[in-house]
Design a protein around this ligand. Structure first.
Ligand code: NAG
Length: 339
């Protein structure tokens, strides 16, 4: 049966109309997204070298926003945000922040574990070293892969406070510039245990204000006055969250994680759960643990990506998961300095 011409026109007209409505909607979606990108650029002080770079970054931004919004529409115990990494592909993010930031520790030292006989039952249900004044404000490593220095310094600041009752912000840059032994290579990566070894040999570290952070490799300015020191360091037995809990209940601890997933890149709050890699590439510090209102047990961690990432720079990750390596591998290589 032939379709009457008038009806055919009407059908085509409808299709044309709906597709033009769709095109118009996409256009206005894009202009809303362009505006969003502009205000994000202003918020984070981002400047692009030319229009082509801006157009390319806009596409990445748009893709990331779509990922973040679709993740947040799902049912999760944590959520993501359009943070300072929103115009980076996950590949670029990994290359910049983590890839060589932390070098996996293939040979761990037989250092002893002073908390081995601590009774788990005797530990407090909640620990947050911030409330005891043992955690300095969140720092920002910028575009330098020296997370290892920030992780080691955070743990050291903690034990120094517990030992001397003084909270002193210590210098990561001294480690970046002067600690060139073992695996430690400034912005190109390093290892927390090697940082502890250097600090012991160096007779301590100077203050942050005495040797400020430059987010780049520099020449070692020797002769810095040490503001605090450590005696030694110990490795927490690997792949053992109970052992990690004993240590964290007693002092802030350096931990390595796989920080390369998109959920890590855009983490904004809540307790991170679910699948995560275990290719260790980032050093942070465990500064407590607890239980969320919905009963999920978590580790409380201090990151070094400024306060616009995570929970004002902090992170909570699920604790006591079935994988012995812990969430994102956090139980694989923890260690702490001793005073
Ligand atoms: C833990 O207890 C065992 C058995 O009593 C003992 O041999 C070991 O030295 C203790 N460890 C520490 C770190 O005190």
């Amino acid at each position: 049966m032939a379709i009457p011409k008038a009806l055919l026109l009407a059908i085509l007209g409808c299709l044309c109309l709906s597709s033009s409505v769709r095109a118009a909607r996409e256009l206005s979606d894009d202009s809303a997204m362009v505006a969003r990108h502009e205000s994000w650029m202003a918020q984070y002080g981002r400047v692009y070298k030319d229009a082509a770079e801006k157009a390319r970054r806009f596409e990445v931004f748009k893709t990331n926003v779509a990922f973040i919004e679709s993740f947040n529409a799902g049912n999760h115990k944590f959520w993501l945000g359009v943070n300072q990494f929103a115009d980076l592909t996950n590949y670029e993010f990994k290359a910049m922040k983590t890839n060589k930031g932390f070098i996996p520790n293939t040979v761990r030292d037989p250092t002893g574990f002073r908390y081995e006989n601590v009774s788990i039952d005797a530990l407090p249900a909640t620990v947050d070293w911030r409330t005891k004044g043992a955690v300095t404000p969140i720092k920002d490593q910028g575009q330098c892969g020296c997370c290892w220095a920030f992780s080691a310094v955070a743990a050291m600041e903690g034990i120094v406070k517990l030992n001397t009752d003084k909270l002193i912000s210590l210098s990561e840059q001294e480690l970046v510039d002067c600690d060139v032994h073992g695996e430690d290579q400034g912005c190109e990566g390093g290892l927390m245990d090697d940082a502890f070894k250097f600090i012991i040999k160096n007779g301590g570290l100077t203050t942050e204000s005495n040797y400020p952070y430059a987010a780049a490799d520099g020449k070692c300015k020797g002769g810095s006055n040490s503001a605090a020191t450590i005696k030694s360091y110990e490795d927490v037995p690997a792949n053992n969250e109970a052992a990690l809990m004993k240590a964290v209940a007693n002092q802030p601890v350096s931990v390595a994680v796989d920080g390369g997933d998109m959920t890590f890149q855009f983490y904004s709050g809540g307790v991170m759960t679910g699948s995560c890699g275990t290719d260790l590439d980032h050093g942070i510090a465990a500064i407590g643990y607890g239980t969320a209102s919905d009963g999920t047990k978590y580790w409380l961690l201090k990151n070094s990506w400024g306060t616009t990432w995570g929970e004002n720079g902090f992170l909570r990750m699920e604790k006591d998961i079935s994988d012995k390596r812990g969430m994102c591998g956090l139980a694989m290589q923890p260690s702490y300095p001793t005073a």
